[in-house]
Write a protein that binds this ligand. Structure first.
Ligand SMILES: [Zn+2]
Length: 172
């Protein structure tokens, strides 16, 4: 069994990525597929030697339950915003359960608490991608490097060691 390691950071927490470009499609006929590192986000290609499906998502999301506070970006500091719960998280975004969902396209700033013994993680800017009845899907747009690294650590902890084992069949 062979797992595709990230060439940049070395983790095995990588995942098949959606094929988007013409070269992705051409190379896929040779079973060379795009991958995404789930920790550092780098995209790379790997020869698999067997057929693989074309996934929808680039980033695996882990189920979590973190309290979160969010409000429209650049609103006054008196605006307390609202509270919700993050119920899944990737290095690029999350889903929040909340009582008053915001419309798609709105921009937020948010803070969430992932453990009782550390500071909240701050996202300076996130954009609402999907708005459901009691949930919103967000993509992170801007955050401090240190907060980004802390989200990576959470993902490293919560994602299984071999998120997606790849069986490479090479015939000689
Ligand atoms: Zn990596």
């Amino acid at each position: 069994m062979q797992v595709s390691r990230c060439p940049k950071c070395g983790t095995r927490k990588t995942k098949l990525a959606p094929r988007k470009t013409l070269s992705d499609n051409v190379l896929s006929s040779l079973t060379i597929y795009p991958f995404r590192c789930q920790l550092c986000a780098s995209r790379f290609r790997t020869f698999l030697g067997c057929r693989a499906n074309n996934p929808r998502r680039s980033f695996e999301r882990v189920d979590v339950s973190f309290p979160v506070w969010f409000k429209p970006r650049l609103s006054s500091s008196y605006d307390m915003g609202q509270e919700g719960v993050i119920d899944n998280l990737s290095i690029r975004g999350c889903r929040i359960r909340c009582t008053t969902p915001l419309t798609a396209g709105s921009r937020l700033e948010m803070e969430f608490q992932h453990s009782n013994c550390s500071f909240p993680i701050t996202i300076d800017e996130a954009v609402v991608r999907l708005s459901g009845e009691n949930t919103i899907g967000l993509r992170f747009v801007r955050l401090q490097r240190s907060d980004e690294l802390r989200i990576r650590q959470i993902m490293d902890l919560w994602l299984p060691e071999t998120a997606q084992p790849i069986i490479s069949v090479r015939r000689r």
